[in-house]
Design a protein around this ligand. Structure first.
Ligand code: ZN
Ligand code: FE
Length: 250
């Protein structure tokens, strides 16, 4: 088992540290804020050995130069980002603390988006692609592309623990109910999220099975959502596109 330390930065970002006690190796997912990242390392006492970058946006990369300078960590990530030493693409694999880490390209939010999957730990890091009850805005890609990316993530084991990069869950829940109003699991989860946020607690990580049951962006094939949208005969990608379009103006 890896030790995991999630920390907040910015208005709603999450960074994550993964640590293997046996080897002493530590990985960090994304590098948006150097001072918060270095504080998290100081707090845990872990020595950073790897950084995994999901995509080029500043809230995921702005601290990279300073974190490299302080730690000398090796940086895995997409092409075109200053500081990335090991450029990765879909299907690539690298090793962290003796465990294979699989790289899944999930374009849509950006074209360069990479997600990271450690099958042996049932862990996935989905960046700004899959959020708790949500998905990333389509800044660079289109709806077909994002639907294909989310479908790739849905093929992961149902018990996969999902770490995403933002605490957007409460707002996502309100939107989810607007397109999936009769989903009892969704209502129960929305109440749980309200309680967690009222207590100042994170709603991340989540689990794939729970996302499949409550995240409308993964539920384009659901008959009740299709009926609600009047899209019973449309393709899953078209239903997804309509849900994404509605979220943009919610
Ligand atoms: Zn982003
Ligand atoms: Fe982001």
């Amino acid at each position: 088992m890896l030790d995991i330390h999630q920390f907040g930065y910015g208005s709603d970002n999450y960074g994550v540290l993964l640590h293997d006690e046996a080897s002493g190796e530590t990985a960090m997912v994304d590098a948006g804020d150097a001072s918060r990242a270095l504080a998290a390392l100081a707090e845990t006492g872990w020595q950073l050995t790897q950084i995994w970058i999901t995509h080029h946006h500043g809230d995921h990369t702005a601290g990279l130069g300073d974190i490299i300078a302080s730690t000398g960590a090796k940086v895995y990530g997409p092409a075109g980002i200053s500081g990335v030493s090991d450029v990765l693409d879909d299907g690539d694999e690298f090793t962290f603390a003796g465990r294979p880490v699989s790289v899944l390209a999930t374009p849509g939010h950006t074209l360069d988006m990479l997600n990271f999957h450690i099958a042996s730990e049932q862990l996935a890091f989905t960046g700004d692609t899959l959020f708790a009850m949500g998905c990333g805005r389509l800044f660079e890609g289109n709806a077909d592309m994002m639907w294909a990316s989310l479908s790739k993530l849905m093929a992961l084991d149902d018990e996969t623990i999902i770490y995403c990069a933002h605490e957007y869950t409460a707002a996502n829940a309100a939107f989810a109910i607007s397109v999936d109003p009769h989903n009892e699991a969704l209502h129960r989860r929305a109440e749980a999220v309200t309680d967690l946020r009222a207590a100042g607690k994170p709603t991340v990580p989540t689990i794939m099975a729970l996302e499949k049951a409550t995240n409308p962006f993964l539920r384009a094939s659901d008959p009740a959502i299709r009926a609600h949208l009047g899209m019973a005969a449309d393709s899953d990608a078209a239903v997804f596109a309509e849900i994404r379009r509605r979220k943009d103006s919610f």
